[in-house]
Design a binder for this molecule. Structure first.
Ligand code: SF4
Ligand code: SF4
Length: 388
């Protein structure tokens, strides 16, 4: 965002999503709240919150711990898994340090096998995620898994989780998602008055923070964005190419891709990943007979490439293309993430044949060694659509 523009969230952590979220969680811990570590967008946060605990995302995005991880893990593994494991191996993850239990899901093979290596560090509960989301059995089985998680949390923390509290948390998540989408609507304007770093900051904190704590922050952002619009303040240039970024979760050192896009003159208007807008895209059915089943439906609808078929990713892309009006789509695939890598072909076909829109797949990791090569490819892509 241009200098002199009032930041959306006015604290010392502007642009530092991880530090802000850690500080939030530490404050929750000091207040006596339990902290539960999570590794995936499929973790049913509402059950964790219903027992009064706060979730801490343990996925890591730093290159510095990868060398230590490779003493145990194969080098040709996804950097997200290596980085996360490396933090535990070097005992340097503050999020893991304050977590009293850890939840994992059977998403990709790398994560699943990594859970076995960390099983003795903290109480660990692995949920068996069905991967054919449209089958009736998937709904039933994931409902059972969510109820088992409830049992694990009750036993580990010697507490009781009431169905009424789970229902309350469902409604709170919906309220938060509606507000979050109000912020995203500003990114849909042309030109966009909000930067990727600003909505990344909000979406990152929003995973850990309760709706109650997010309400003030999000409600504050709306008038600031309205003021920017009325004063003609926008991000980038009025004719900057609009970019939709999809693919693997991206944070920390991998945000080099976002920075390159901006330096090449593009404006990112959508971040379609688990570290972006994806967790806020849909609502959970309220006041049903079984809140666990309602959660099961909503989480199974998350369009992750570990699902087959993952047709919701295409329908979500359609929705985002219509809403955010991008000029190009960039698919970011982390090295050795086979499911997102294979799925990239379908995304390319969809985007180029249905919308005739330029598409670029970037395969990368957390090192900085490919910056020059990525920059050349992004510049060439944006040159194709640059509006005079
Ligand atoms: S991309 Fe898939 S496996 Fe990774 S955090 Fe998101 S839902 Fe989980
Ligand atoms: S990016 Fe791909 S390989 Fe890495 S943890 Fe996520 S789903 Fe697994």
């Amino acid at each position: 965002m241009k200098s002199g523009v009032e930041p959306l969230v006015n604290d010392r952590f502007a642009g530092e999503a991880t530090k802000r979220t850690l500080s939030y969680l530490q404050a929750q811990r000091e207040k006596g709240k339990n902290i539960v570590g999570i590794y995936c967008g499929y973790a049913p946060l509402e059950v964790i919150r219903a027992m009064g605990a706060a979730p801490a995302v343990l996925c890591a995005f730093a290159n510095k711990t990868i060398e230590a991880a490779e003493m145990v893990l194969p080098a040709n593994l996804c950097p997200l898994i290596k980085s996360s494991y490396g933090f535990l191996k070097t005992d340097t993850c503050p999020f893991f340090a304050i977590s009293e239990a850890v939840i994992g899901e059977t998403t990709c093979d790398g994560k699943k096998k990594m859970f076995e290596l960390i099983a003795d560090l903290k109480p660990l509960h692995v949920m068996d995620l069905p991967q054919l989301p449209d089958q009736q059995e998937a709904l039933e089985n994931w409902t059972v898994m969510i109820k088992k998680l409830k049992g694990f949390l009750e036993k580990t923390f010697d507490t009781k989780i009431d169905d009424a509290d789970v229902e309350k948390e469902i409604q709170a998540t919906n309220e938060k998602n509606r507000l979050m989408n109000k912020i995203f609507e500003f990114a849909a304007l042309t030109p966009s008055p909000v930067s990727w770093l600003e909505f990344y900051d909000l979406t990152y904190l929003g995973q850990a923070a309760t709706t109650e704590d997010m309400l003030g922050i999000l409600n504050d952002c709306v008038p600031k964005l309205e003021k920017r619009v009325s004063e003609g303040i926008y991000h980038g240039e009025v004719n900057s190419p609009r970019v939709l970024v999809t693919g693997c979760p991206v944070g920390g050192d991998a945000t080099k891709v976002f920075k390159i896009i901006e330096e090449a003159g593009g404006v990112i208007v959508v971040l379609d990943s688990c570290t972006g807008m994806k967790p806020y895209a849909s609502l959970i059915a309220e006041n049903t007979l079984d809140p666990y089943r309602a959660l099961s439906r909503r989480y199974l609808d998350l369009p992750c490439s570990c699902m087959t078929p993952n047709s919701r990713r295409l329908s979500e892309l359609d929705r985002m293309i219509v809403t955010f009006k991008p000029d190009v789509v960039i698919d970011v695939v982390l090295h050795a993430c086979h499911s997102y890598n294979i799925e990239s072909h379908k995304i390319k076909e969809h985007v180029t044949s249905k919308y005739r829109m330029p598409f670029l797949k970037i395969e990368t990791d957390y090192s900085q060694s490919d910056i020059g090569q990525i920059r050349t490819r992004v510049e060439a892509l944006l040159e194709m659509v640059h509006k005079k």
